[in-house]
Ligand binder design. Sequence first.
Ligand code: OAD
Length: 229
Amino acid sequence: MAKIVILTGAGISAESGIRTFRASDGLWEEHRIEDVATPEGFVQDPELVHRFYNARRAAATAAQPNPAHIALAELEADPGHEVLIVTQNVDDLHERGGSQNVLHMHGTLFGALCHSCEHRWPAPEVMSPTDSCPSCSAQATRPDIVWFGEMPYRMEEIWHALRAADLFVSIGTSGNVYPAAGFVADAMHAGVPTLELNLEPSAGRSMFDEARHGPASVLVPQWVRERLG
Ligand code: OAD
């Protein structure tokens, strides 16, 4: 049984029509990252932040999984492989592509979180600052997304899986945002072989044992076919 930990980033969803973050202008869908993806931005203008994520949620719902998502689900279904997908993406395209073992380290567009009591529940299609928490009734609802300056979810579990893996694969991520960008070094120090599949060399390229560059919709199905023989 080969244990594979797969880190995915925005690049795997690019061909499903969801824009990546570091598109050149430093903006995320015409907004400054500080305004829409930090706790300070949310305090400043919760209306704007909710509007922003409502639009992202609608776009993710309208998108379809592409051959890269689907190939990873095929790998997971193979009895010779134990696959854990650790995704930085807040869309649900891995799940809709058929993957089951998916860990959203940066949260999800489809979750709501109460700032006051930390209760979590499924996000409605449209969230607003006046939504009340179903548990404590506070009007302190936010998207269940990890913002800059916050700690990503389930890190202990991820590090444990990384150290126990037979292979670490990084797909569609620029390697700019820690702690995910450090996984290749963590794997390397644990003696775990590493592979990068990305459109272009990532910031961490030199640390990977092997790297292949091209679109995920081509590289990922190709690699999965090789694994499945
Ligand atoms: P980035 O936008 O930083 O990087 C996307 C990577 O995908 C780039 O290296 C592209 O070359 C590559 N790419 C683009 N199209 C591709 C394709 N069709 N096939 C394969 N690769 C392709 O996105 P992330 O690395 O995911 O955090 O960004 C990491 C985190 O920073 C995000 O989770 C988000 C962001 O700001 C938070 O919101 C907390």
